[in-house]
Design a protein around this ligand. Structure first.
Ligand code: MG
Length: 445
């Protein structure tokens, strides 16, 4: 097909999209052309690039996939805050070269071929880059189809995405006040934390600091202070905020497994909606013991990268919510498979949705949330005005529900010029993960 014919064909396709419902069966005949034999006109990837930005002090990485159709591109979230420069290198130094010239329509084939292209696979960094590519391809697919991505995933199973807010404070009373604030905003689900995750303290003077071990900026966690404090916030919040509000809590994997099991059992009277990430992935085998000892619902998985980490626990019904970080497993394509696997075992979704997911990543979460039957709950953050300016069309919250922009694709764009005004810092974030016991032993999150 010559160039001119192809252009007029694309125009015809656009007219068909606009004329949906008007009884147009084949726009090509109207142009005097033969009907297409192989679906959509070919669309090649011409460039895959990284856009890194840190407008609020949180390193975000977005993949932009450009195509042979002028003006048609997609974006996807590849954020891995702690190693953002490595993800940028993976995109620019290998993903671009691997993808250029390939057919942008074949998402599954591009996912599978990219996934195993490095031979070693299932790790962070490469999975993040793959996620950015995958989400961008779904964005393009939606734009091609003139539909929001959730429509391509099967349409809506619900009118909007029920979300939980994150309440915290330095005392049980302050946490309860924060919960009240969110309830007044319409949230039905609130996650409660005393201080930082694990009730870590920068000010306490543990023995390791007195001994000059570790760094001054390292955090200190006392398991007793954390355990007692968590029981106290549940008791106070239930007293002050009533029985109906759904309460969640993130253990952030930092307790010894038996201490974690005992804490969860002790929270039964407060009816938690779920307890999140009780064990580090290295301790997955403790889930069996946990299940035999308590019926408190469990959510797990934000640190998972590989199907090898979630398939057996899901098959064994070891948790109730799968809350993987979609950018860490490679995007929408594998997340849909995880969601379908969960449906078979009545495990609901609760995708990880913190500040170190870009607005386009939050949109990807929400499109899946809208479509899959076994959606559970969605973590959400507030986007600042600055973030909304850089990512026009970002999802928004009303009455505790998240809504997506109904524009074709993921509905989110990126203002590249503005994004580049906030470059990544040279030094990567490391101290957030540095939590130690009193004797200085490092604790795994
Ligand atoms: Mg968490």
């Amino acid at each position: 097909m010559n160039k001119l014919n192809r252009r007029s064909m694309l125009k015809g396709f656009g007219a068909a999209a606009l004329g949906a419902g008007a009884g147009i069966i084949n726009p090509l005949k109207a142009n005097g052309e033969e009907p297409r034999k192989n679906g959509l006109p070919p669309l090649k990837i011409t460039k895959v690039k990284a856009i890194a930005t840190s407008p609020e002090g949180i390193e975000l990485v977005v993949v932009k996939v450009e195509t042979s159709e002028p003006g048609l591109y997609g974006i996807g979230c590849a954020t891995f805050r702690q190693r953002a420069h490595a993800v940028v290198a993976a995109i620019e130094k290998s993903l671009n070269d691997f993808c250029v010239g390939k057919d942008a329509d074949n998402i599954e084939d591009l996912w599978q071929s990219t996934y195993q292209s490095s031979y070693w696979r299932n790790g962070p960094v490469l999975n993040n880059a793959l996620s950015g590519l995958d989400q961008a391809l779904w964005d393009i697919k939606g734009k091609r189809a003139n539909m929001p991505v959730y429509q391509l995933l099967g349409g809506k199973s619900r009118f909007a995405v029920d979300c939980y807010a994150h309440a915290s404070g330095e005392s049980p009373g302050a946490v309860a006040d924060d919960v009240t604030k969110y309830m007044e905003q319409g949230f039905r689900h609130v996650r409660i934390q005393l201080g930082g995750y694990g009730t870590t303290s920068l000010t306490a003077e543990p023995d390791y600091k007195k001994a000059g071990f570790g760094k001054q900026s390292d955090h200190y966690m006392d398991p007793y202070v954390y355990t007692k404090g968590t029981q106290d916030i549940f008791e106070t919040v239930r007293k002050q905020c009533g029985k109906k509000v759904e309460l969640l809590h993130d253990m952030h994997e930092r307790l010894q497994p038996m201490d974690a099991i005992n804490l969860i059992k002790s929270l039964e009277p407060y009816r938690p909606f779920f307890i999140e990430d009780p064990f580090s992935p290295e301790n997955n085998r403790y889930f069996k013991l946990l299940r035999e000892n308590t019926s408190v619902p469990i959510a797990m998985g934000e640190l998972f990268n590989s199907p090898h980490e979630w398939i057996d626990p899901m098959k064994n019904l070891w948790f109730d919510f799968i809350r993987i970080h979609i950018s860490q497993i490679g995007g929408i394509t594998p997340a849909m498979k995880v969601a379908r696997l969960g449906e078979a075992f009545n495990i609901r979704t609760a995708w990880h949705g913190p500040g170190d997911v870009s607005p386009v990543g939050h949109a990807a979460n929400a499109h899946i949330d809208l479509a899959v039957w076994n959606f559970g709950i969605q973590e959400r953050v507030n986007f600042s005005d600055k973030l909304r300016e850089i990512f026009p069309g970002a999802p928004y919250i009303e009455n505790g529900y998240m809504y997506v922009n109904e524009a074709p694709g993921l509905g989110v764009d990126i203002n590249e010029k503005l994004a580049l005004k906030y470059p990544l810092p040279d030094v990567q974030l490391n101290n957030w993960t540095q939590v130690r016991k009193n004797d200085g032993t490092i604790i795994r999150p």
